[in-house]
Design a protein around this ligand. Structure first.
Ligand code: AHR
Length: 667
């Protein structure tokens, strides 16, 4: 039974379905950040040698079991025509970018000579303008000044096909003291048939032989989402926008915390010209360029018209292997990090008359952003110090920004048990759940009366990370990368997540924000499965998962008010459901059938039903999933119910297919 009487409805949580992004699985560098050049400034690359599994990613460990710092590499760079490539630290490009590429051109070189970049496991080449740029400096005593042009090209890695070439004329000898930056637009005259392509910078050997060049910050951008300079990969961003998300939590996750205090995500090092961004050895086995920096995250929110939800560093870095408690900032040093967070908010929200607001304006964004949600730390249940760090941050931030809603990343310390963090009314609590389908099915009622039962009166919930991680099995979720853990989100995963999302939707007074995690997986380099969207360099090979489609359906059909529903026969299991109504009076009934057989239901409304349209996500195999080559195997299908057969006045007969998620739209 569904009541539409106006007095019985509740407002839904308008921002319930959102996004959580951190650079994991090459979701940023090599993913959503549109830069096509991999290892563009020799900051450091993936960890490839001597890997040892740590808690949160891999570390390089030497023979004495000591951690080795991640150094710059030549990853993704290759020589053309016998040029000798090496790394150089004597000719830094900037204070931030200390290592550059040294290119020695042999005296006996002939024909074409230079370098190429393989991109992030290839690059997509279309007939569209690409912004190309690089810094170059010849070596002083060797420079023969005969070089009159530098050639840029986009070419196949498989054969001699070239899709674009462009020459940059060198009108006067290059400076041997300072780097010269060249920028140009290069437009292919034909599209490449696949993404196995490279970007080359070459010289005519007759002119360049015997020279040595230092090169760095080589950049190539295709048109980006909403045309932002240094922006987002268009196709991937459009998949996110198509979900109509309401907020973005960033920049982590573990990747915000860092593997040590020094390698935490330091917002000040992620802003301004790229030449000033050093990047960092991040949490997920690869260096971050930080090209996707604090301002770019905020602009992403602006471009998608979604609320920024900022996680700030709260004095705790995640390295459970051997450094505890060394990775907790000592109490008497915490103020520095609190001040850093206050400055961070000023950079985002201050007007141009504030010191940091003026810097943001100088970076091209005079208009202040409005941040309404700030999360203090991430998953601090791993720490034993949140009970004093959280109030210190909260009190100080509230004084400057009383209107922000603050989110605690932990409430009950695992040890010692008596050190509970107090979350005051008005603040929120971020819960993370990586679970089995059964865990979520069992929690349809989890948030009902949650505040009363838990004692957290006035505290609302943000489910900041959730997903079905493994099959149901004895012993619960399977964290190992063995049989139980899903490689891709499956149909049964989407069903579990949908039931949990219903649990949230029916409690809008308790759960106001939620986001799936992790968001992206580059199929060529990743650390975590299952993930929401899988991709490669080829936009046609992107895989939107069952979980993606489930969340998209929930986000698109999220009414403005909940409608009270009453189960008159039996229990919810195996069909779970919930109803809401849009501002233009469309009734959306979400029905989830977790059984493999169809389940007939009768829906009784208190008003006449004239039309019923539906959207269904379903599959006969609960372990079915979408994958490259079969990316839409499980995707939403629209249908219309024959009202003459299905509807009798105010009542509707419908058989919910087995293993499916359905939204019925009733008008
Ligand atoms: O989503 C992957 C990781 O899971 C996040 O970085 C962390 O917050 C959680 O443990």
């Amino acid at each position: 039974k569904i009541s539409t009487a106006s007095g019985t409805r509740n407002k839904t949580a308008p921002l319930l379905h959102g996004l959580f992004f951190e650079d994991i699985n090459h979701s940023g560098d090599g993913g959503l950040y549109a830069e096509l050049i991999r290892n563009r400034a020799f900051q450091g690359s993936d960890v490839t040698l001597g890997q040892k599994k740590g808690f949160s990613g891999d570390r390089i460990i030497d023979s004495e079991n000591k951690e080795v710092p991640w150094g710059p590499t030549l990853t993704a760079w290759k020589s053309i025509g016998g040029a000798l490539l090496s790394l150089d630290t004597l000719n830094p490009l900037s204070d931030a970018l200390g290592t550059v590429l040294r290119v020695d051109i042999p005296t006996d070189a002939t024909g074409e000579v230079g370098i190429l970049n393989e991109g992030w496991w290839g690059m997509d080449v279309q007939v569209q303008p690409y912004d190309a740029s690089f810094f170059i400096k010849p070596s002083q005593p060797l420079y023969n000044k005969k070089v009159t042009k530098i050639n840029l090209s986009l070419r196949s890695a498989l054969n001699n096909d070239t899709f674009a070439t462009q020459s940059i004329a060198i009108d006067k000898p290059l400076s041997t003291y300072n780097y010269t930056q060249f920028s140009t637009v290069i437009t292919p005259n034909k599209a490449a048939p696949n993404s196995n392509n490279t970007f080359a910078i070459t010289f005519d050997a007759a002119e360049a032989k015997g020279n040595t060049f230092f090169i760095s910050l080589v950049s190539l951008f295709p048109p980006t989402y909403k045309g932002r300079k240094n922006g987002l990969r268009k196709d991937l961003a459009e998949h996110l926008a198509a979900m109509k998300p309401k907020f973005l939590r960033f920049p982590g996750g573990n990747n915000m915390e860092g593997l040590s205090i020094d390698t935490r995500w330091q917002w000040k090092k992620t802003i301004g010209p790229l030449i000033n961004r050093p990047g960092r050895p991040a949490d997920w086995s690869y260096y971050n360029s930080d090209g996707l920096g604090f301002l770019e995250y905020l602009e992403w929110c602006e471009d998608m018209e979604i609320e920024p939800l900022l996680t700030i560093y709260a004095g705790y870095s995640l390295d459970l292997t051997n450094k505890q408690p060394a990775n907790t900032v000592p109490k008497d040093e915490l103020q520095f990090y609190i001040d850093e967070a206050i400055e961070q908010l000023e950079y985002a929200m201050g007007d141009v008359n504030t010191p940091w607001g003026a810097i943001r304006a100088a970076h091209g964004h005079p208009k202040p952003f409005n941040i309404k949600y700030v999360e203090i730390g991430n998953e601090d249940w791993f720490s034993d110090s949140y009970y004093w760090r959280f109030p210190a941050f909260l009190d100080a931030l509230k004084k400057v920004h009383p209107n922000i809603t603050y989110i605690a990343s932990q409430a009950t310390e695992s040890s010692p048990a008596n050190r509970n963090t107090t979350i005051p009314p008005g603040a929120m609590w971020d819960l993370h759940h990586y679970e089995t389908p059964q865990f979520f099915k069992d929690r349809f009622n989890f948030f009902d009366n949650w505040q009363e039962i838990s004692g957290y009166k006035g505290v609302q919930i943000f489910v900041g990370e959730y997903s079905v991680l493994s099959r149901d099995r004895v012993g619960g979720v399977d964290w190992s990368n063995s049989e139980g853990r899903f490689k891709y989100p499956t149909m049964v995963a989407a069903i579990g997540e949908a039931i949990f999302a219903l649990a949230m939707e029916r409690n809008p007074g308790v759960v106001t924000l939620s986001s799936y995690a992790p968001l992206f997986q580059n199929f060529n380099g990743y650390q975590w499965t299952p993930d929401f969207i899988g991709f490669t360099a080829d936009p046609n090979a992107t895989v939107l998962s069952t979980s993606y489609y489930q969340q998209q359906m929930f986000s698109l059909y999220h009414g403005a008010e909940t409608l009270p529903v009453q189960n008159t026969v039996g229990d919810f299991n195996p069909v779970w459901w919930h109803a809401s109504i849009s501002t233009d009076n469309r009734i959306w009934i979400k029905l989830i059938n977790a059984a493999d057989k169809a389940a007939p239901v009768t829906l009784q409304l208190d008003k006449k039903i004239s039309r019923v349209n539906g959207t269904i996500l379903g599959h006969e195999d609960e372990y079915g999933f979408n994958y490259i080559g079969n990316a839409t195997a499980i995707s939403p299908k629209k249908f219309t119910l024959d009202a003459k057969k299905a509807v009798k006045g105010q009542s509707l007969q419908y058989s919910v297919p087995g293993t499916s998620i359905v939204v019925l739209e009733i008008v």
